[in-house]
Design a protein. Structure first.
Lengths: 189, 77
């Protein structure tokens, strides 16, 4: 089970109403390498991963939901007072027609989220390598969004999220080291 | 020596329609080099760690890098 703490992992501040930026940010909300995919991928894989690294997948999967919540807050703040006209200009006309100002799990191009974005092969090494790749892809996505954004407050939060991807990748790499460690083999240095 | 960014110079044809976007750079963050993290590495203060997103200076990768030649800095205007 989970306990909910009613605050964000890192503060989210948005300088101006900017639905265009929200359209790009949604890639990290309902995209293939987004936070929803990450959370569901890790929290599902953990049942069939060796005991030693179950806790890692639980912890990181949980943190991904905290990131999802930050992204949701950003998207909400960037769009909540946008007029239908502004939504149209930002390329969100089709979104507005279906969802008004509601958030939805789709990627920046409007494709709805699908479970085919995540994998669970049941092989611990294959699954952890997938997780490492997912973290690097999410890191890259944050870079490209930061490159397009001129909102310094928002970029501050995005840089925090990017750094978390680096740390998660590091921990998954260490998980692989734990699983491949050969206890009885003599160590030569 | 570890560097957080690598750059290369792709071929630019005189017939290419857009002005060259060079050099092309990509991030190589510290997690690629750290291996299994050793115990007792230096730590940031709690406040700084919460701000930076990591407790460990050896895992901190600022972005965009100063003068790192990422795309946004390498294009003109």
């Amino acid at each position: 089970m989970w306990y909910y703490e009613k605050k964000l992992q890192y503060p989210v501040k948005v300088t101006e109403c900017n639905p265009r930026l929200a359209k790009y940010l949604v890639e990290q909300y309902g995209g293939a390498d987004g936070e929803l995919s990450a959370a569901l991928r890790y929290l599902n894989q953990r049942y069939t991963i060796p005991d030693k690294v179950i806790g890692l997948l639980t912890d990181i999967g949980t943190e991904e939901f905290a990131h999802l919540e930050m992204i949701a807050t950003m998207i909400y703040k960037l769009t909540k007072d946008a007029t239908p006209e502004q939504m149209k200009e930002a390329g969100l006309g089709a979104h507005f027609a279906n969802h008004d100002h509601a958030l939805f799990y789709n990627n920046a191009a409007g494709t709805p989220w699908t479970a085919t974005y995540i994998a669970a092969k049941g092989d611990p090494i294959a699954d952890l390598y997938e997780d490492i790749a997912a973290e690097e892809k999410a890191r890259a996505t944050y870079q490209w969004i930061i490159n397009m954004s001129d909102d310094p407050c928002l970029n501050d939060s995005l840089k925090f999220l990017r750094e978390r991807e680096v740390v998660h990748s590091q921990r998954f790499r260490e998980a692989v080291e734990i699983l491949k460690f050969e206890r009885d083999r003599k160590q030569y240095f | 020596m570890y560097t957080p960014v690598k750059c290369y110079q792709p071929y630019y044809s005189p017939f290419d329609p857009c002005p060259p976007r060079t050099p092309i750079c990509y991030a190589t963050p510290p997690n690629l080099y750290l291996g299994f993290q050793q115990p007792n590495l230096p730590q940031y203060s709690l406040k700084e760690a919460l701000y930076k997103g990591t407790l460990w200076p050896s895992l901190y990768d600022p972005y965009p890098l100063e003068g790192g030649g990422y795309r946004e800095q390498s294009t003109e205007g």
